[in-house]
Each structure stands twice: as C-alpha cells, then as structure tokens.
Design a protein around this ligand. Sequence first.
Ligand code: ATP
Ligand code: MG
Length: 498
Amino acid sequence: MDIILKLEDICKSFPGVKALDHMQIELARGEMHAVCGENGAGKSTLMKVITGVYKADSGNMYLNGEKVTIREPNDAYAKGIAIIFQETSLFKDLTVLENIFMGHEPVKKVFGVIPNIDYRAMKEKAQQIFEFLGIDKEISFDAKVDDLGVAAKQMVEIAKALTYDANILIFDEPTAALTSKDVRALFQTIARLKESGISMMYISHRMEEIFEIADRVTVIRDGSFVRTAAIGEVTEKELIAWMVGREMNEMYPKAEVEIGKPILEVKNLCKDGLLRNISFEVRQGEIFGVAGLAGAGRTEMAECLSGLMQRDSGDVEFYGSPLNVKAYREAVDAGFVYISEDRKKYGLSVPMTIKENLTMSILYKISKNGFIDFKEEENIVDDYMQKLRVKAPNREFVVENLSGGNQQKVLVAKALCAKPRLLILDEPTRGVDVGAKSEIHRIISNLAKEGLSIIMISSDMPELLGMSDRLMVIKAGTKVGELTREEFSQEKVLEMAL
Ligand SMILES: Nc1ncnc2c1ncn2[C@@H]1O[C@H](COP(=O)(O)OP(=O)(O)OP(=O)(O)O)[C@@H](O)[C@H]1O
Ligand SMILES: [Mg+2]
C-alpha cells in the first residue's frame, strides 16, 4: 500500500485529560479513511494535531515517508493538508472569493514594483475549482458568506482547501448539520475529489455513511488505537463494539406508554413569511415528532411556542389555559423546556462547569430552607454524567473543553433533569455517538412514561420514526400532514416533505 501520511505514537494531554495515548493511523494515497470512536475518544484532537492546530506532546508524523513537523495550520496548508471544520472558519462579512484566498492572495506587481492583489488570477483559479466541484452555477463569487446556507458554506471551505492545492483533506463531522439532499451533493463532491487522487479522512457518527463512502476505517477509544480494517471486512455491529468496548443491542427502545388527554393545543399558528396556519395537539405522555426539510419552519415553530420568537396570530392553549409567552423565561415558568439545535446560542453556558450548567435551572427544586442540598445536586449530576457517558475528568470540568458530542450530552441532560411538563427537543442527538444516543432515547422514553409530553424535531429519520407516537410533517411553513405510528414509514414522510 502506498502510504501518504503516517502518524505513530502520538500523545497529547490537556490538564486532567489524556486526549491521545500512543495513537497511530496510516492514510493510503487516494483512499477515503473513516475515523470512528465515541464522543471524547480523541478524533477531533487527532485531526487538529495533523493540521497543526495542536502540537502533539510526543510522537512522529511522516508525509510521503519523510518525517515532518507541523507547527501551525499554515505549515499544514503548505504541505497540502487541509481540514474542513464542522463549524466553519470563514469570515461572515467577506465575499466567497475573498474568503477562499484569505491570507494567500495571488499577487502581481503594478508597474513592475508595487505588489497588488491579482484579481484576475484569483478569479481564474476560483472558476476552475468551482467548475471542478460542480458549484460554479450555484455559488456566486461575490455572495457574502453570511448569506449562504450551511451546505454552501461547506463547499466554500472545500474550495478554499483546493486553492492551497491540498492533496490530503480532512472532514470532521461534515454531515452533522446537513439535510439528506445536501449530504448527497457532498458525497458526489467527495467522489470527484477521490477520482482526482486526493486522500481523505472522514469523521462521522453515522454508520451508514461510513459504510457507503469509506475504503478503510480506524477505530479510536479513549485516545488509543483500537484497529484499522477494510470496510468490506467489518460489520456495523463489530465496528460499534470496537468503539464502545462492549456489545450494543437494542438501538431504539421505545417504551409502550399510555397516551393521555391533549395538553397542548395549537391553532392556526402564523408568523409572517415563516409559518402558515399550523394546527396540532400534543397529548400527555406523547412523543410528537416533527419532520420536514431544513428551512421548512420546524425550528421557527418551536421558537414561537417557547417565546423566543413572537407569533403574528394563532392560539396556543396549555393545560386548558391560553398561553401567550413574550419571553423564554415565561415559557419555562409555564412548564416548557426547549433545547435548541444551536447549543451555544441558547442552552449552554460554555465557560461554566458541567455541574453549573446541569443544575442552574433546578436549584430551587433541590434547595431546603434556602440552602442548596449539595449532596443531592452532586448525585443528580453524577447520575446523568454516568447515564449519558459524559467524558470528562470530573463534574467541575468547563463545558467548552468538552468534545462536541459531550457538550450536546450536557445540553440534553440539562433539559431532562429539569423535568418540565412539555419538552421541545430540536435535533437532540446531533453529533452524539451511538451508545449515548440510545441512552438519550431510553431516558426520553422513560420521561414520556412518567407523563411528560415531548415535541421532537429531528432530521434523523430512524430516530424520528423510532421514537414518535405521532408525527407531523411541515413543508414551507405549512403542515402537510399527520401520521400515526402505525401509518408512518420513511418513504411516506419523505414523500410528504419533498
Ligand atoms: N482544549 C481542551 N482542553 C481540555 N480538554 C480538551 C480540550 N480539547 C479537547 N479536550 C478533551 O480531549 C478529549 C478528546 O476530545 P475530542 O474533541 O478529540 O473528542 P472527539 O473524539 O472529537 O469527540 P466528539 O465525537 O464528541 O466530537 C475529550 O475528553 C475532551 O474533553
Ligand atoms: Mg469531535
């Protein structure tokens, strides 16, 4: 095998955390190499070591058989290694063209002396790259990056990597925030990159993707190398067992729950340009799924219900009384909790600790005579950390130093331990590993059994179909239908949503 990149004995520690422990990986020329592991296993850290974002404490890296040291991201670029981050590194207020050549603009000399940006060369090169990626008709060079959707931003990132003539591309959970249509487009692009000989590494928690596009897979657990295998020689079950170090069974254990009376009634909910006459009801103990494509209005609907956005018209009744909340705080007082798909915008305070985040909204429940019951607080936190397998040295660890998936677990745990009367979950398991995902589903299902009602918005079709008692499909701001558990199937839902 022709190995283009090789890492061996890589160690990297952060205070209190050994993120990489004698890790190794080999990337063959022209292959698509998947990297799998639980949340906090060290996948992102490994990619950051390769691209010079972090410096390894020890270990060796070889490029085309030669030992190299990568001190900073520019070293990586210069050697043809680029990473496509999940949270884009683009400058929102600049144009597409400005972004892709940022910091390495082609230069020409005016009057033979004064260096000046060579816009023509820039455009020519960008045009070639855009044509190669098949996005020349879709994305304009002059568009402001802020005005582009997630998928387009990601394409711009890929284009940017190609301006450095990258021949090794790294993708860190590129599909976590994409719709299924955009995932198809990305996979086509990846196929083209592969045809042209580019070697790629790919991190994802979605097993079906790995089996579709990868040639080989390397599993990492607790910062250590587990094994590398050709994708044709491994089953999904084996792969998961290597990741979690044990066998995993039932994936979507939805409990049978007796559904009660309607507790939330929404009639003709309208919001200018976003939502039109949406009506539905949610019953006690019910998990009410909301399906639809990105931009269909699912999140806006949730924001209107929870006071983050004001509806223009329509009636909402909660436990028999009209509900007109003007702010999220009021919704919480009424018994709602909303977990946003944007965990940093609402939900988590990342500079604070896991414990503070988890219990800040329930301190009044665990206080006696004005004093917080610290023992109980710690028990609650430890219980959730253990159930969801939050990977952190202790409960006082600050959230921003957790891996992406572990931040998501803390966000979900925070909502679950608040035990509201109505829980609205927007993409609850995005970026969460398979083990924790089924644990989150188990807890949600148990809460429903205790009588809590849940609205669940998700783009993860197996999750939505596996968990919901009933399902509403939204398209372009209107409700196009409702299906019961007996009626729904993936085909039916997609047909309605498209
Ligand atoms: N800057 C940091 N400071 C302290 N600890 C960190 C820092 N960055 C990462 N870690 C820790 O290193 C470990 C590995 O994190 P990493 O982000 O590499 O995980 P991951 O495999 O990418 O997980 P996920 O699937 O959740 O994205 C985690 O325990 C994390 O908390
Ligand atoms: Mg990660």
